[in-house]
Design a binder for this molecule. Structure first.
Ligand code: SAM
Length: 258
């Protein structure tokens, strides 16, 4: 799946539809609850310098700046999302803490050792080159820095057709397994302090999302057209099917260096 597929999925129209289905400011299913859990696990305080890799419309970063008072930089491939996130930060008086910058997770526009925490909320499944992604996270982190993230993971064996259906529905080119992430982190000099299978929560949240989508049928059909609603039902149905079949799931990881 190319960066073009990511840009298309998170175009202004795509992002606004996803936000409507998920929660305010968020393009990920766990919302502020997931952000709070990750922040506690990473020990984020007002002193932390945080980088959110794949920051979307700013959901996690705006919430962290507002609730923890930390300085946070969001990085995202999609320029329109960066613009929107910066506008939202300004509208809430958070622009001194939360700023957003365009760039690729595998080639980050930051000096080495800039951040205390590198953060990801359900974004890294879109990044094809996971070794490069983790290497970049390690590079921009301070020597005793922490990596904390949730992500969509591959949890079962898939045949070619299943793989294609999942990748097409999720705009991702591959999903890592929990083991793959742990290996990459350890190879980069991190100790994995926490690895949690959160697939059950993902499935519950996804069922809620599909129910919400069904209730939005007339609104989406009128605002766009019935075909858009049908495509959304098909894609989200394929995702729920893969969750329920144990092919994909969710994970939460915390790793520390030094
Ligand atoms: C599922 S959304 C999550 C956004 C945000 N973390 C949240 O919780 O709302 C994934 C985000 O990752 C971004 N993304 C995908 N590939 C990327 C890459 N290679 N570099 C930077 N951002 C990327 C997408 O543009 C999208 O905004």
């Amino acid at each position: 799946m190319s960066t073009e597929a990511v840009r298309k999925n998170y175009s202004p129209v795509g992002a606004s539809l996803i936000e409507k289905l998920y929660s305010d400011d968020y393009l990920s299913i766990g919302g502020t609850q997931s952000t709070d859990i990750l922040a506690d696990q990473a020990g984020i305080t007002a002193e932390s310098r945080v980088l959110d890799v794949g920051s979307g419309l700013g959901g996690p970063a705006l919430h962290l700046a507002a609730t923890r008072g930390c300085r946070i930089t969001g990085l995202d491939l999609v320029e329109t999302s960066i613009l929107e996130a910066n506008n939202r930060a300004k509208a809430r008086g958070l622009e001194g803490l939360a700023t957003f910058q365009a760039g690729d997770a595998t080639d980050m526009p930051f000096e080495s050792g800039t951040f205390d925490v590198v953060w990801g909320q359900d974004a890294w499944c879109h990044v094809p080159d996971k070794p490069k992604l983790i290497a970049e996270c390690a590079r921009v982190l301070a020597p005793k820095g922490t990596i904390v993230f949730t992500d969509w993971l591959q949890t079962g064996e898939m045949d070619e057709a299943q793989r294609e259906a999942v990748h097409d529905a999720t705009a991702s080119s591959n999903m890592a397994t929990m083991e793959c992430y742990c290996e990459l982190l350890e190879k980069s000099g991190f100790s994995v302090l926490g690895r949690e299978d959160i697939s059950a929560a993902f499935i519950t949240q996804y069922r809620t999302i599909i129910a919400r989508l069904e209730r939005l049928e007339s609104e989406i059909s009128e605002q766009f057209n019935p075909k858009v609603f049908r495509i959304m039902m098909e894609k989200n149905g394929a995702i729920l099917h893969a969750f329920e079949g144990g092919l994909i799931g969710g994970g939460r990881l915390v790793a520390k260096r030094g």
